[in-house]
Design a protein around this ligand. Structure first.
Ligand SMILES: [Mg+2]
Length: 109
């Protein structure tokens, strides 16, 4: 089991060196994770259908990337939790203001 954690940690280091600290919204993070899950799907399918003699090693490598991205998501969440709360509070306030304007506008017509 330690070997797996070491591989995931090495992948996290590689991602950090390549991209630096990433601070995305939850929706964007899920798209990034989905892209990696898609690559794992592709590797599994290529093995399943023996596409160009694909081995399961590529599938395993993609799973390590999936795990590393999930960890990056948690790190980003922990870094930005307070900021996201402020952002969401402001968004909700703007939405409420817009709704009130629409209600006032509709009540006048
Ligand atoms: Mg990948």
């Amino acid at each position: 089991m330690n070997k797996v954690y070491e591989e995931v940690q090495n992948e996290r280091r590689r991602q950090e060196q390549k991209w630096g600290p990433q601070n995305h919204s939850p929706a964007n993070w899920l798209m990034i994770l989905g892209e990696e899950v898609g690559e794992a799907n592709k590797a599994a399918l290529e093995h399943c259908f023996n596409y160009k003699g694909a081995s399961l090693a590529a599938y395993r490598a993609e799973l390590v990337q999936v795990a590393a991205v999930a960890i990056a998501m948690i790190e980003s969440y922990d870094r930005n939790e307070a900021v996201q709360d402020v952002y969401l509070t402001e968004q909700r306030k703007r939405i409420n203001e817009l709704c009130e304007k629409l209600i006032i506008k509709e009540s006048k017509t």
